[in-house]
Design a protein around this ligand. Structure first.
Ligand code: HDE
Length: 684
């Protein structure tokens, strides 16, 4: 490895390992896969200038055959995903709870690879659809790979893995016409929901703003299931995992989300990719909720039920470490697409619970890779290789890379002194937590899993007024697209058990029979569930700055400088690309025209204007500002922008910051941007 390369990859064991596989083709001769230099790559070998192509043309055949096989099956769920590399560090030793090596030493950095995804859409689908998001993390630890394969919603639709194929069949485009793509707004999904009422709690999350995140960088992650932490002494705690984004948890509004899907179907991956390229590394803190084994039955939910969360006010989230994503992949297929996650990839100190959803997942993930990645050797793909050595007696199969030496490939043996040999617990061998289990073989569900509505009601009770309104609108949209009146009514009646007020709200909107009650008696709420209570920071927010030549140069430049210093990203929008000249002669480069970007792609709009504003400029500005206004975004205006805003009909109101002179404008505007959205706005 060259010194330059070494310094780039040093200190991150996964990156060092990947370096061995990286190939730089630039500046090289073109060869076949056998290494033969190719002299011609544009014309196939023919019998005569105008004659047929010859079978003998091995270069043509190799090139075409490879091309013909370039696609692999996409993931049946979570097909649309985007990933990045990074590292994880624990804040303090978790020795008291777990012996997991990567959770012991705050000075140790563990390489990670995280793949975010939507669930329902296919690999080419748009990204800001209403859906849960996958949040799958592979920790490359010294004890083997640990995969935390989570979602951005802490509960799941179903309680038993055997129902997963039914759920997914219902969510996916309907089989007779393959519509709609990446959407739950159709009959089969809602028919499934109404007839599988354990889904109520997750549906509440899916209809909430959580299902349309602003960015992968601004959403929480959850392990969903209850796992076990086991310490050196063999003592176990039930544990739930949380990822808390340092930038807070923020969402789009539905109208905006739908428009982004057209304007930039890559919105979320672009955001992640650009942030990392800009050095604004996404950060998430790892939190754990811990319940003692002896307290298993002390709650009003069953800890094994994946449709239940543990309210943070009852079981606090202990923040134990931080993950930083600091490197984009080199090749999306090789890394993101070939990454194989599996909730069963654990390390000593982390174990499972009997959650029947988790138990089924432990089967499904290896099975799916066998078809997707074409055989049993997918663990050898560079992205999936552990950074620690691995040895066993598994051999052969499609695409085997390792060359296992020697005559022995079985255990027990004497010819290789009975190696590779199992390791004792002291030597790091994984031992399963010795939970006592006994029971009859039954196909049934525990009574303790049968309350489907209390936590759904708690979720509703915890929402702010704006969030409640969004949930009613989401149900009204989704059910408004359902053709079957019967399914619509079944859903209305089902969700009357969560909140009568809510069910009435959307029943009216879709012309269904308004339910009469009795409704829910649950009054509990969990403030941690509302995004109103999240962290609010202006960092990395995109500000679309609408400017024209003749603008007030010095002042505007100082606003832009201040915004940048505070970590915001102002981007200049005007009628044409090129340079703008201020009244004082300063120059400003235009990043986008009104055509190449859109209001929905920014977190806020700052109207500056300039001299001699023509009708078209005013119309375009008006469109951008009005869109931002109805999406409750902060809007700023200075100089000529102030009167432009007045002409558009936008006066003083929440989140609109104007100033003839810039005095305190920038700090007020930044504060408005940090607030994310301003719901207290009369939209007429
Ligand atoms: Fe998955 N899930 N899942 N899932 N899941 C897959 O594995 C499955 C569930 C999750 O970025 C598949 O490699 C079953 C819950 C993520 O590569 C498949 C059940 C949670 C990803 C599969 C569940 C998840 C997957 C498809 C019910 C949150 C993407 C491709 C028992 C805790 C990982 C693949 C990536 C992917 C099965 C439910 C998260 C088919 C059977 C609950 C983030 O194996």
């Amino acid at each position: 490895m060259s010194n330059e390369k070494k310094s780039k990859v040093n200190g991150n064991s996964k990156n060092e390992q990947l370096e061995e596989y990286r190939v730089d083709d630039s500046g090289k001769h073109l060869t076949t896969n056998q290494g033969l230099k190719v002299s011609e790559d544009e014309f196939s070998l023919k019998a005569g200038e105008r004659g047929p192509t010859l079978m003998e043309d091995f270069h043509f055949r190799e090139k075409m055959t490879h091309f013909d096989h370039e696609r692999i099956p996409e993931r049946i769920v979570h097909a649309r995903g985007f990933a990045a590399h990074g590292e994880f560090e624990v804040y303090e030793s978790m020795k008291e709870y777990t012996k997991a090596g990567f959770l012991q030493d705050p000075s140790k950095k563990t390489p990670v690879f995280v793949r975010f995804s939507t669930v329902a859409g296919n690999r080419g689908s748009a990204e800001t659809v209403r859906d849960a998001r996958g949040f799958a993390t592979k920790f490359y630890t010294e004890e083997g790979n640990y995969d935390l394969v989570g979602n951005n919603i802490p509960v799941f639709f179903i309680q038993d893995a055997i129902k997963f194929p039914d759920l997914v069949h219902a969510i996916k485009p309907e089989p007779h016409n393959e519509m709609p793509q990446a959407a739950t707004a159709h009959d089969t999904f809602w028919d499934f929901i109404a007839n599988n009422q354990e889904s109520a709690h997750m549906v509440m999350w899916a209809m909430s703003d959580r299902a349309i995140p602003r960015s992968f960088r601004m959403m929480e992650g959850f392990g969903v299931h209850t796992f076990r932490f086991v310490n050196e002494e063999g003592k176990a705690h039930f544990v739930k995992f949380h990822w808390k984004p340092v930038l807070g948890t923020h969402s789009l509004v539905w109208d905006e989300a739908q428009k982004i899907n057209g304007k930039d179907p890559d919105f979320h991956r672009r955001d992640l990719h650009e942030s990392i390229e800009n050095g604004d590394y996404p950060e998430y803190e790892l939190g754990v909720q811990l319940i003692k084994e002896e307290d298993e039955f002390n709650f009003d939910f069953d800890v094994l039920d994946p449709t239940k969360l543990w309210p943070e006010e009852e079981v606090p989230v202990k923040i134990i470490g931080k993950m930083t994503l600091n490197r984009n992949v080199d090749n999306v297929f090789a890394e993101t697409e070939q990454a194989a996650f599996h909730p069963g990839s654990v390390v000593p100190g982390i174990d499972f619970s009997n959650d029947p959803l988790l138990q089924g997942r432990l089967f499904s993930y290896t099975d799916t890779q066998l078809i997707r990645l074409g055989g049993p050797n997918f663990h050898e793909l560079p992205i999936n290789r552990p950074v620690c050595p691995f040895h066993n007696n598994q051999r052969d199969g499609y695409s085997r890379h390792t060359i296992n030496k020697g005559q022995v490939s079985y255990h027990k043996n004497s010819l290789a002194q009975n190696t590779p040999a199992p390791a004792s617990e002291e030597e790091g061998g994984y031992t399963h937590y010795q939970e006592k289990v006994e029971g009859r073989k039954v196909r049934t569900r525990s009574e303790s899993f049968k309350d489907h509505f209390s936590q759904a009601a708690m979720f509703w009770n915890s929402m702010s007024e704006a969030e409640k309104e969004h949930i009613i609108d989401a149900f009204s949209f989704e059910l408004g697209k359902v053709m079957s009146k019967s399914v619509q009514q079944q859903v209305v009646d089902m969700f009357a058990n969560v909140s009568l007020e809510m069910a009435k709200g959307f029943a009216e909107a879709i012309g269904a029979k308004v339910p009469e009650g009795p409704g829910s008696t649950v009054t509990k709420s969990s403030p941690a569930l509302s995004q109103e209570n999240t962290v609010k920071r202006p960092h990395t927010r995109k500000v679309g700055v609408i400017v024209k030549s003749g603008f007030s140069g010095r002042e505007v430049k100082s606003v832009l400088k201040e915004l940048k210093e505070e970590g915001l990203q102002p981007e200049i929008i005007s009628s044409k690309l090129g340079m703008l000249k201020s009244g004082e002669g300063e120059e400003l480069e235009v990043d986008h025209t009104f055509l190449t970007c859109d209001s929905v792609l920014f977190d806020s709009i700052y109207v500056v204007g300039g001299k001699e504003l023509d009708k078209k400029f005013k119309q375009d500005t008006s469109y951008f500002v009005k869109e931002a206004f109805v999406h409750f975004k902060p809007i700023g205006a200075t100089h000529e922008g102030v009167s432009l805003l007045k002409d558009i009909g936008i006066g003083q109101c929440a989140g609109v910051v104007t100033a003839e002179k810039i005095d305190t404008f920038t700090s007020d505007f930044i504060e408005a941007i940090a607030a994310h959205r301003h719901w207290n706005r009369e939209i007429v």
